[in-house]
Design a protein around this ligand. Structure first.
Ligand code: BTN
Length: 227
């Protein structure tokens, strides 16, 4: 495990690290936290920021979904009423609580997790979009304990995943996603859409309906990023 006070991004630090997987890179804050699709992940002190590096496995496309489900499960034991949003975000009533990015680096995978934990306020556009565990329950959380819970959960999920594949997770991930009722944002042919999740099939693809009744099938293959 590598522990930093501050790095630009644990994703980049992990990619450059020569250790043999599995290993973990953790930072107290990040100056250039990476979100999905080229977005920035605001990473002040008080949040949890880590990258778990594992060896690549088959059905790579499912790793973001399974990782997000596992983070959702770990956080659901701390606060109630959390929702999972396809493909890989965790929401609470006040907004986004955690985000997951999965990058492929040759034969290795970097599973990056950011959780808003002890932040008491957000800046700019995040004021309306983000929340933290501490803002929800009004108390501070132990970051090390939370790290241990989430990382051990992901490692267990990956062991199950290696053995049984996505089939093992599909019914439960599907149930949680559908009961979460979170709108899905996506773009198609240069246009941005928001739609209702109708289903997620055994290949992780989302069936989404927009408000004008159009149906879109969004493949899970698109969820992996490479820097
Ligand atoms: C998203 O919702 O867009 C994904 C956010 C992922 C953020 C985490 S924080 C730890 C790791 N290092 C990064 O630079 N990004 C991920």
């Amino acid at each position: 495990m590598e522990i930093y006070d501050e790095v630009p991004s644990t994703q980049d630090a992990a990619r450059e690290c020569l250790s043999h997987p599995p290993f973990l890179v953790v930072a107290s804050c990040q100056s250039k936290g990476k979100g999905r699709l080229g977005r920035v992940w605001e990473s002040p002190r008080g949040g949890l920021y880590f990258t778990l590096v594992i060896e690549a496995l088959s059905q790579l496309w499912a790793i973001p979904l399974v990782s997000a489900y596992t983070v959702w499960k770990a956080l659901s034991s701390k606060v109630v009423n959390l929702r999972l949003k396809w493909p890989n975000d965790v929401y609470a009533d006040g907004g986004k609580l955690a985000g997951i990015i999965v990058e492929t680096w040759g034969g290795r995978l970097g599973i990056g997790v950011g959780v808003n934990v002890n932040q008491r306020a957000f800046r700019g556009e995040l004021v309306a979009k983000a929340t933290s565990l501490s803002m929800i329950v009004g108390q501070e959380f132990n970051l090390e304990g939370l790290l241990e819970d989430i990382v051990s959960g992901i490692i267990k999920s990956m062991e199950k995943f290696r053995e049984f594949g996505f089939a093992h997770f599909h019914p439960e991930v599907q149930r949680v996603l559908l009961s979460s009722k979170q709108p899905v944002k996506f773009s198609n042919e240069g246009k941005n859409y928001t739609g209702k999740l109708l289903d997620m099939d055994s290949s992780g693809s989302a069936l989404v309906q927009t408000s004008d009744g159009r149906l879109f099938k969004l493949p899970a293959q698109h969820l992996l990023e490479s820097p």
